[in-house]
Design a protein. Structure first.
Lengths: 112, 118
């Protein structure tokens, strides 16, 4: 059974810092990996999707990497802003017709 | 990106009643949709896979007679929580994936439904 772990569980940093969120998964046979942000009481916003054949994806200040063989992904946030405060979730799927397995998330606070 | 709309965003119901939650893909067709549940301070857990025109597939430990799923069209899936009890209070959220050139793309989520059973 796939298990996804996210470290750290919580992180608080001053505005402007660069930071890295970590995600690991136990079964390397994934179809893709996706990073989301979730604001309190809200749905999920997709940030980046990495297909199993890809090594990284970039969108604006966000960069996600994938090392499938070691079961790891990182989300890099550059020049953090207070608006980046949210819970960041990592999720993987094992096949094209499968649902996602989520980590518990990293609760991020960016201090103004 | 694609849009998935979920309704209602919150509902309060009495114990023993049933509640229906709708999930719609607004700008793409979805033969498959997914339903998740999230308890406070916990991660999202997949409950079931909704399949257009056929029976849903439930994850282990999810009661199919309690959580009825109907996927009657390519843009609509519904989740009905039957005979709801306080322990069913949770955040329910659906997702769907558009396809591009025959390959499933990223998952898009609805806004979620906060269910409170009193």
């Amino acid at each position: 059974k796939q298990e996804v772990t996210q470290i750290p569980a919580a992180l608080s940093v001053p505005e402007g810092e660069n930071l890295v969120l970590n995600c690991s998964f136990t079964d390397s046979a994934i179809y893709n990996l996706q990073w989301f942000r979730q604001d309190p009481g809200k749905g999920l916003t997709s940030l980046l999707l990495i297909q199993s054949s890809q090594r990284e994806q970039t969108s604006g200040r966000l960069n996600a990497s994938l090392d499938k063989s070691s079961g790891r992904s990182t989300l890099y946030i550059a020049a953090s802003q207070p608006g980046d405060s949210a819970t960041y979730l990592c999720a993987v799927t094992g096949g094209g017709a499968d649902g996602l397995t989520f980590g518990k998330g990293t609760h991020l606070i960016i201090q103004p | 990106g694609a849009v998935v709309s979920q309704h209602p965003s919150w509902v309060i119901c009495k114990s023993g009643t049933s509640v229906k939650i709708e999930c719609r893909s607004l700008d793409f067709q979805a033969t498959t949709m997914f339903w998740y549940r999230q308890f406070p301070k916990q991660s999202l857990m997949l409950m079931a896979t909704s399949n257009e025109g056929s029976k849903a597939t439930y994850e282990q430990g999810v009661e199919k007679d309690k959580f009825l799923i109907n996927h009657a069209s390519l843009t609509l899936s519904t989740l009905t929580v039957t005979s709801a009890h306080p322990e069913d209070s949770s955040f329910y959220i659906c997702s769907a994936n558009p396809e591009y050139r025959g390959r499933r793309t990223e998952a898009f989520f609805g806004q979620g439904t906060r269910l409170t059973v009193v």
